[in-house]
Design a protein around this ligand. Structure first.
Ligand code: FE
Length: 230
């Protein structure tokens, strides 16, 4: 498979381009509006046909590139089941498999950052963790439909149940990391290693993070699949 990690420096967001080299069918996971031209150029240069834009969740920190990409390429927008959006072409539910040519992408319900968040396991080896598990961290649980108990259960019961060698590709990174593994995060993730559920919930309740700069515009726009005009 073709697998590319792309970065938006303004919001520290990772977008993933995944494609099947045989059919040239491609999917973009968590595209960012400001990076649509970059992504389109790359698709063209690699001779790929964008079939799907797939979201891990309704983002609060950036506007999705999905509406723009749909307009430009005719791709389908796919969002997790139960996300509060009216505009998706398709919803994806827990354990459902999306096929992009010969590439298999399995949805894993991982509520906690939002109540409808999904992680995606690509070809059983590459895990896109969205804003559930981050490298040496995890997504915040203090706004939208966040819930620290659910986050702990999602990470420990669903993601840490995968083989230790599974590659972890997060939705954001703020410290320069690009990839980790499940085994490495079990050992070294400071939010989780050696903490029980109550300790994790306490820790998450006391982070006192500022709201993301774009939350007021990003959440409503993303509920329209990234359409900026209402
Ligand atoms: Fe998020």
């Amino acid at each position: 498979m073709l697998f590319r990690q792309l970065f938006d420096p303004e919001t520290s967001t990772y977008t993933y381009l995944i494609a099947d080299p045989a059919t040239k069918f491609a999917v973009l996971v968590d595209p960012v509006l400001e990076q649509v031209e970059r992504d389109r150029r790359l698709l063209n240069e690699l001779g790929l046909t964008l079939k799907f834009c797939l979201e891990t969740h309704i983002h609060a920190d950036h506007i999705t590139g999905t509406a723009k990409l749909r307009e430009l390429t005719g791709c389908q927008g796919i969002v997790p089941e139960n996300a509060q959006v009216a505009c998706a072409d398709r919803l994806i539910k827990d354990k459902e498999v999306l096929e992009v040519g010969s590439v298999r992408i399995e949805a894993i319900a991982t509520p906690g950052h939002t109540d409808s968040h999904m992680a995606y396991l690509v070809n059983s080896t590459h895990l896109l963790t969205g804003d559930a598990l981050l490298i040496r961290g995890c997504g915040r649980t203090d706004f939208q439909s966040g819930n620290a108990e659910a986050m702990y259960d999602s990470i420990t019961q669903r993601l840490f149940a995968l083989p230790d060698e599974t590659l972890v590709y997060p939705g954001h990174d703020y410290r320069g990391h690009t990839v980790s593994t499940i085994g490495e995060e079990k050992l070294w993730n400071p939010r989780l290693a050696g903490r029980d559920r109550n300790e994790f919930v306490q820790l998450m309740a006391n982070l006192n993070l500022p709201d993301p700069k774009k939350i007021m515009e990003a959440v409503p726009a993303n509920q329209r699949c990234g359409s900026v005009a209402a």
